[in-house]
Design a protein around this ligand. Structure first.
Ligand SMILES: Nc1nc2c(ncn2[C@@H]2O[C@H](COP(=O)(O)OP(=O)(O)O)[C@@H](O)[C@H]2O)c(=O)[nH]1
Ligand SMILES: [Mg+2]
Length: 173
């Protein structure tokens, strides 16, 4: 099980739809137009077949208070932030610190995704790093943390997300 967490509207649903398309046989590198998404009510489960079946559970930002009830069998964690929204970044950072300090997630591998880099006003990873002091966060965390800049809309970086998932779930429990 892979958990996908992040504030509302950062692009989680679009990401899973894109990953599903990307991993399906009929996608020959062409993602096409981004499919419409509706705000997720509660939680959303999606299976992706990338060599083996990986189930991604999206949990909406407003479910933050009960995120921890899903930590139990979480092997990997995707944490998504909106790189075009500096005000939301700091709030997301607080949520991220909470996740990283959770005992139940101590063994999980973490991929932090900075989405929406297709927007003209997005912050680069360097800017975000200094804003939320990312190097300190990574140095203090028990987990293995990777970061990626992506655009779920344009498809930028999504192949790397899929590879990360494949790697993490290769010898999965
Ligand atoms: N410009 C841009 N918009 C995006 C991107 N990813 C998602 N969106 C849009 O952001 C909105 C919220 O997306 P959604 O996947 O429902 O967010 P969720 O609440 O995190 O599940 C939708 O209108 C998406 O089309 C992206 O990479 N770039
Ligand atoms: Mg959603």
């Amino acid at each position: 099980m892979c958990l996908l967490l992040g504030a509302a509207g950062v692009g989680k649903t679009l990401l899973v739809k894109r990953l599903q398309k990307l991993s399906s046989r009929d996608c020959k590198g062409d993602l096409g137009e981004p499919p419409p998404t509706l705000p997720t009510v509660g939680t959303n489960l999606t299976d992706i077949v990338a060599q083996r079946k990986i189930t991604i559970r999206e949990l909406g930002g407003c479910m933050g208070p009960i995120w921890s009830s899903y930590y139990g069998n979480c092997h990997s964690l995707l944490f998504m932030m909106d790189a075009s929204n500096p005000t939301q970044l700091s709030a997301s950072c607080v949520q991220l610190l909470g996740l990283l300090s959770s005992e139940q997630l101590a063994e999980a591998s973490v991929l932090i995704l900075f989405n929406k880099i297709d927007l003209p006003c997005y912050m680069t990873i360097e800017e975000i790093k200094s804003l939320i002091r990312l190097p300190d966060i990574i140095a203090c965390a028990k987990q293995n943390i990777t970061t990626l800049e992506i655009s779920a809309r344009k498809g930028t970086g999504l192949a790397k997300v899929l590879h990360w998932l494949q790697d993490e779930h290769r010898s999965s429990r």
